[in-house]
Design a protein around this ligand. Structure first.
Ligand code: MN
Length: 428
């Protein structure tokens, strides 16, 4: 009942649960999330097609016995207790779930009472943040993005700082303001200096922006003082989500010297609810950009450690229609997740189960692939034309932004769904 090793056999797996054409959630995905309904408290689930699967119901029916999963973890309001099973435990669980739901294994399908209780249409559940997030780190790993922002903030001669090609630059963000997809984001108030010849002013941000990112979620790492080596780093990664790291560029550009991002960044970040495991993304491994100069030994890793994940962002004005404003790809990132985690811990910094590490804005080489309005409109100097006739320099109140992502190859599509958020007016 294990997962077929042959890639074609694996891609051909089908579920007895209906999977609509073009779904991000075939039986090969088996993402993990936290759902609730009117009469079910938040608890772990997975998803096939448009059906959310209550893992506690499966456990209660004795269907998850003998695979090392603690039944109490399947009644917890976050995935953190389940993540104590580690990479191997979650791999067993995912494999077991694929076994239960594949079309050539009708055993569970025939237990109609259990199926009726365990499967719920996604439209009838509320999704929550999948993990309790202890710490949040945001990297800055897209060379194209770092170069574009550097040109705008410092000029072309200092675009890429001297450290950038030698280490994955990052900063410690704030976990308290990470919200699940669908949560509205209030325009932040703050201090900025729109006129460089005049004193700073206080008010609602006028340069509210998106950052199209992904993030990975860590398993429990090692004790304080020990590091996670680059070769073992992926074993410490549970999976990935989509991430919109909302940013107020006017607050950011005034405050960031010399200690980096602060209030322009920590008023809200939105996360998609489904954690897609690295195992599910395995068929989409690819090379990242060539790294020159060669990184120091602790960051050196042979093999393919990027993933071919197509990403897009759409903007929907209040009562308007959606315009796709950016199409990019995870594979453009210069520093991969293994390098990010190895660098993060090389000084002995400990990571914990549920820590979130975001990629940084993912921009590609051409202007249509820039992952922020800052770059797409070149700091507001080239407004974006929207499909319904409007234009945007930065976000307006009532705008909704939706980020989607999926990988697709040889008929197999593994996706994340979406992360969505609407901008509410500032509270002055
Ligand atoms: Mn960011």
């Amino acid at each position: 009942m294990s997962i077929p090793h042959d890639p074609r056999e694996y891609a051909a797996l089908r579920s007895w649960v209906e999977v609509p054409q073009g779904s991000d959630f075939p039986i090969q995905n088996i993402p993990f999330g936290i759902f609730s309904t009117g009469d079910r408290q938040p608890r772990p689930c997975t998803r096939i097609g448009d059906q959310v699967i209550d893992l506690h119901v499966l456990a209660k029916a004795g269907l998850l016995n003998g695979i090392g999963v603690d039944p109490a973890a399947l009644e917890a309001p976050t995935l953190n207790p389940l993540m104590a099973a580690g990479k191997t435990g979650l791999r067993h669980l995912r494999g077991h779930l694929i076994g239960l739901f594949r079309s050539d294994q009708p055993f569970l399908k025939e237990r109609t009472t259990t199926v009726r209780e365990a499967l719920l249409p996604v439209s009838e559940v509320t999704m929550h943040l999948p993990v309790s997030i202890g710490d949040y780190t945001d990297f800055y790993s897209s060379r194209e993005h770092a170069t574009n922002v550097g040109i705008m903030f410092r000029g072309p001669e200092n675009a890429l700082m001297p450290n950038w090609l030698h280490l994955p630059v990052g900063y410690h963000g704030r976990s308290s303001s990470i919200v699940v997809s669908g949560t509205a984001i209030q325009r932040p108030m703050g201090q900025m200096r729109p006129d460089r010849e005049a004193p700073p002013v206080f008010g609602p941000s006028r340069q509210l922006d998106i950052e199209l990112e992904t993030a990975f979620i860590t398993f429990q790492g090692k004790p304080l003082g020990q590091h996670i080596g680059v070769e073992e780093a992926e074993d410490h990664i549970f999976g990935m989500v989509l991430f919109n790291d909302w940013s107020a560029r006017d607050i950011q550009s005034w405050e960031y010297v010399p200690l980096g991002p602060f209030l322009g960044k920590n008023f809200g970040s939105s996360m998609s609810p489904w954690v897609v495991t690295l195992d599910a993304l395995e068929p989409f491994r690819t090379d990242g950009p060539r790294q020159d100069p060669e990184p120091l030994p602790y960051l050196r890793i042979p093999g393919r450690h990027s993933f071919d994940i197509r990403l897009e962002a759409g903007l929907i004005p209040k009562n308007g229609t959606e315009t796709v404003i950016c199409r990019t790809n995870f594979k453009y990132l210069y520093w991969n997740m293994a390098q990010q985690l190895a660098h993060h811990t090389v000084n002995g910094c400990n990571v914990r189960a549920g820590d979130v590490m975001a990629s940084g804005t993912i921009s590609g080489p051409d202007p249509g692939s820039y992952g922020s309005l800052l770059e797409l409109t070149w700091r507001g100097t080239k407004p974006l034309k929207l499909g319904d006739g409007g234009e945007r320099r930065f976000l307006e109140d009532g705008d909704t932004v939706v980020i989607r992502g999926h990988a697709e190859r040889d008929g197999l599509r593994i996706g994340f769904g979406e992360v969505r958020g609407e901008i509410l007016p500032a509270r002055e």
